[in-house]
Design a protein around this ligand. Structure first.
Ligand code: GDP
Ligand code: IMO
Ligand code: MG
Length: 431
């Protein structure tokens, strides 16, 4: 069997949580491979809305093994809170949730370091979620970090103290006060570590590969988005992990040859939280309408998301680096309010060159988007489940994108709920 990978093709918040939940019944294992509590993945069903940060979005479906893989940076305090928030749903979490011993631990000082680094950057700050993601990955790469498997070691506290002492030196260098915050969060941290020990801590690379060998289906759930990737995103305005398909290999311990379908998720427009270039950003009334209609406020931080039209050069780039095999278009219902819908097909660069490729200096150079306009459909998409039934202007928009991107759009999402989905499979079955 192969591992299918599902990931965001833009700047995050494409709707990954919803689609993982929708696809989960097809899989026996759902595994997160990177990121940490910077993610906020929203699921809605039966009138319930739930946001997950570190726990895979297969958790609401029974009989699915959910794995937090080695590529994840895990905050035990957030983990405990997430588990406690799930208590009301009577899920068998201890049996269905496994944590890699090789996942990195976020310590309370990592979040303080995040804040110190951001403060020192002033106006050029990244706009981090301040969850300690960057500093934790930094310690991992510097070979200083603590991992989940360390919590059972008799000298875990000594290892913790050593790392925290090093962090305090850096915090002092940045004149960042840490005493008061740290006293409280340290107590919570060790309580959360004890709490975490009731879960099965595993060598998840064996769990995933054994699952494949025994014929089980595995879905790897990405966090953030391709344009926030540490190598290929709009550096330095990125997150600190490999958000692209290759990250599923290093973040779970699977061979590249084991990757099957790569589901690429994108919104029918674009959003971005935090700083960094955003060529199609709408700063005026249209952007405000989009934000209101799409309820574009961060699932983790509540920050307003910047909004703009769909950006094809950026989308083509994300498809290329991920080897996407199927596209899933989200939040199409949000565009229903517009009578004219724009898609950026190319950029005009400062020297007048027209290109559909992402320039290296997207950060500093000025790129002017070139748009193609489409008629809106201006009719509700509620209740439509089949491709055959979508309004003609929407069909024209979908066909244009499929031709440009050279891939099928297999699902169109028309609302936050699990059921609000138009499926090409439904047409195939009906036809
Ligand atoms: P993720 O981080 O990729 O999982 O996405 P988020 O959960 O952060 O953000 C997506 C938001 O859009 C959530 O509030 C979802 O409930 C909502 N959502 C998902 N799909 C749709 C859709 O098709 N239409 C609308 N209107 N909202 C959607
Ligand atoms: P999901 O999985 C949207 C953004 C932050 C910031 C940058 C770096 O819900 O799609 P970090 O906290 O990683 O240091 O922040 O990345 N960012 C996200 N934006 N969705 C996310 O996750 C994000 N995770 C991080 O806003 O610009
Ligand atoms: Mg999100």
């Amino acid at each position: 069997m192969k591992v299918d990978v599902l990931l965001g093709l833009q700047w995050g918040d494409e709707g990954k949580g919803k689609i993982v939940d929708v696809l989960a019944p097809r899989y026996q294992v759902v595994a997160r491979f990177q990121g940490g509590p910077n993610a906020g993945h929203t699921l809605e069903f039966d009138g319930i809305k739930h946001v997950l940060h570190q726990i895979p979005s297969g958790i609401f479906r029974s009989d699915i093994q959910n794995i937090i893989g080695n590529g994840v940076v895990l905050d035990p305090i957030v983990f405990k809170r997430e588990i406690e928030n799930l208590a009301k749903y009577n899920l068998d979490l201890v049996s269905n949730l496994f944590v890699s011993k090789k996942a990195s631990l976020i310590l309370p000082t990592h979040a303080l370091l995040d804040a110190a680094y951001e403060r020192s950057k002033g106006d050029s700050k990244i706009g981090s979620t301040l969850r300690g993601i960057g500093p934790t990955y930094q310690d991992k790469i510097a070979r200083l970090g603590l991992r989940v498997g360390d919590v059972v070691s008799p000298n875990f506290k000594a290892k913790y103290d050593k790392l925290v002492d090093a962090h305090k030196v850096i915090l002092d260098f940045y004149s960042f006060d840490h005493s008061a915050v740290l006293a409280q969060s340290e107590e919570n941290f060790f309580a959360a570590i004890e709490f975490m020990k009731q879960f099965t801590l595993v060598d998840s690379e064996y769990v995933v590969n054994d699952a494949l060998t025994s014929g089980k289906t595995v879905l790897a759930e990405g966090a953030q988005g391709s344009l926030l990737d540490i190598d290929f995103g709009s550096y330095p305005f990125v997150t600190s992990s490999t958000t692209m398909a290759a990250g599923a290999c290093t973040g779970l311990g699977i061979a590249p040859s084991q990757v099957g379908e790569v589901f690429g998720i994108f919104k029918a427009y674009c959003t971005r939280v935090g700083s960094g270039p955003f060529p199609t950003e709408l700063l005026e009334e249209t952007g405000e309408k989009m934000r209101k209609e799409g309820r574009e406020f961060g699932a983790t931080t509540g920050r307003p998301r910047r909004c703009g039209w769909l950006d094809l050069p950026a989308l083509k780039y994300a498809i290329m680096i991920n080897g996407v095999t199927q596209l899933i278009m989200m939040k199409v219902d949000v565009l229903t309010i517009f009578d004219n819908i724009r898609v950026c097909t190319h950029y005009r660069l400062e020297d007048g060159t027209v290109t559909d490729q992402l320039p290296y200096d997207l950060c500093d150079g000025v790129v002017e988007p070139i748009y193609k306009d489409f008629d809106g459909w201006q009719q509700s998409l509620d209740g439509i489940r089949d491709f055959e039934d979508i309004p003609a202007p929407l069909l024209a928009y979908v066909k244009f994108l499929e031709d440009e991107l050279n891939l099928p759009i297999t699902f169109i999402s028309t609302g936050p709920d699990r059921e609000a989905l138009i499926s090409r499979e439904a047409s195939a079955i009906a036809g």
